[in-house]
Ligand binder design. Structure first.
Ligand code: NAP
Length: 453
């Protein structure tokens, strides 16, 4: 007689990714369990998280010296959901002994490096819930006695090549953003995406003295790269190539900023497709292809001082695009087309950096056969319910929730920090409600049979 393999333990939720969004969710879970411990009528929720990286890290390649956050520290991982939480940015400052120094600083926008340290402090405190070095590579359905998909097994490849299985009644996807490249572009030793800028620069020989860089793009990342390279390599020429006439300022005026409020998610979610497109069109410049006005001034000052000195170290190729990149042993040659005149110029550089933005992952890529049950909208994008659950056929009774990749349904703040605290509260409320409902119906015994509870 052979032993039947034991099913893995079942969690109320399995989180894929452990960036800020799922760290916030892990904090929400912990606070939910604390409430449940004090209230016997509230069943505690269990959760486990999988993270590809071997430790917490959030856009480490862009933790540039002077870069600051672009959202208020009050939009940390908890405050707008639970101002009394001890996971807020102020609790962090108190814990590290910098609260008074920060108050004297009179800013709402900490350094990115400092906020990263805050995020890592939070991640560390809920670290018992995460498996680092475990990359989710697939999802398999777990069916109940009626044949419905009542749970999911997430398969994860660990650093030593082993395959692990985590079972959940719900899965929360928060895989983050993937660097976007122009069509046909290839990354190499000399051609980078800004996502890995600092790691790439660290790899350069200490004696390296690059003579020139090309930076493609005109968003915040591109402008920060240009400024960093210009300052860090005082002898280098930096070519900024973008299709706009000039860098455009980000709109962070108070009325426009309301687009990031939790209420804006309701407004956007209910709007027609046409109104959604209008809202995105009007307010894209709160977030995309725009630059902090102070940084624009800094870059302009640098360009002007160059002119005064007669040495054009910062070379702006506006209304331009890179049409070809040729890589040789000593550097790259970028063909830059001036879109106004049609003239092509060969720009020689040691390195080229694409700061061309990011795209959200499509959860269906990981879902395997379960993806067939996901409802799509007219444009083939996944349909998402207001509580961030993927809309599925009735055959799926478990929950698949998204943090990110919901801009088409929930609006511009769906992949941003701005709304993370409230969003995880909504997801946890939805999971609690589903758990309570399934506990109260006949489905529970069947599910128990499958899940071995
Ligand atoms: P982004 O705002 O999407 O800007 C991408 C830039 O690349 C745009 O100028 C875009 O030009 C250009 N681009 C896109 N595809 C291209 C192509 N195929 N060929 C040439 N150019 C192309 O991306 P981002 O600057 O990385 O910013 C992303 C987010 O990160 C934003 O929310 C930003 O605020 C945030 N961020 C924050 C900080 C900070 O907190 N300090 C730092 C960096 C980034 P078009 O406009 O013509 O499309």
């Amino acid at each position: 007689m052979t032993d039947t393999p034991q099913p893995p333990p079942t969690h109320d939720l399995v989180g894929i990714g452990f960036g800020p969004s799922n760290v916030a969710l892990a904090i929400g879970l912990r606070e939910q369990r604390e409430r449940a411990a004090a209230d016997p009528a509230t069943p505690p929720l269990s959760g486990t998280f999988l993270e590809r990286q071997t430790e917490f890290g959030w856009h480490r390649g862009m933790l540039l010296d002077d870069a600051t956050m672009q959202v208020s520290f009050l939009k940390d991982l908890v405050t707008t959901r639970n101002p009394a939480s001890d996971f807020g940015f102020l609790s962090y400052l108190h814990a590290v002994g910098r609260l008074h120094d920060f108050i004297n600083h009179k800013t709402l926008f900490p350094l990115r490096a400092e906020f990263h340290d805050y995020l890592a402090w939070c991640a560390d405190r809920v670290g018992d819930q995460v498996h680092y070095g475990a990359e989710a590579v697939g999802v398999e359905p777990v069916r109940d006695e009626a044949g419905r998909i009542a749970g999911l097994d997430v398969l994860a490849r660990t650093s030593d090549g082993a395959l692990q299985r985590r079972r959940g009644r719900n899965v929360v996807f928060a895989p983050g953003l993937t660097p976007r490249l122009p069509e046909g572009a290839r990354l190499s030793e000399r051609v980078w995406h800004n996502e890995y800028l600092l790691q790439r620069l660290e790899r350069l020989d200490e004696s390296a003295d690059p003579g020139s860089f090309v930076v493609v793009g005109a968003g915040q990342s591109a402008a920060e790269c240009v400024e960093h390279l210009y300052r860090r390599f005082p002898r280098a020429r930096v070519h900024a190539v973008f299709s706009r006439y000039g860098y455009s300022p980000s709109d962070d005026s108070p009325f426009a900023n309301r687009i990031f409020d939790p209420e804006a998610v309701d407004d956007f979610y209910c709007a027609s497709a046409e109104t959604k497109a209008d809202i995105m069109g009007y307010h894209r410049n709160t977030n995309y292809s725009v630059v902090d006005p102070d940084l624009i001034d800094t870059l302009y000052q640098a360009a002007y001082q160059d002119k005064v000195k007669g040495a054009e170290r910062l070379r702006i190729h506006n209304t331009s695009r890179v049409t070809d990149v040729h890589e040789g042993p000593g550097g790259v040659t970028a063909t830059v087309e001036d879109l106004a005149s049609g003239k092509h110029t060969a720009v020689e550089a040691d390195y080229l950096v694409y700061a061309t933005g990011y795209t959200a992952a499509d959860p269906r890529d990981l879902l395997g056969e379960v993806a067939e049950h996901v409802v799509s909208d007219a444009q083939g994008r996944p349909a998402v319910e207001r509580d961030y659950r993927l809309a599925t056929s009735d055959e799926v009774t478990c929950g698949i929730y998204l943090q990110g990749g919901t801009e088409h349904t929930h609006g511009i703040s769906s992949s941003l920090l701005s709304n993370v605290a409230v969003r995880v509260g909504e997801i946890l409320d939805a999971i609690s409600a589903r758990t309570a409902t399934s506990a109260a119906t006949a489905a529970r015994p069947a599910e128990a049979a499958v899940f071995g509870r």
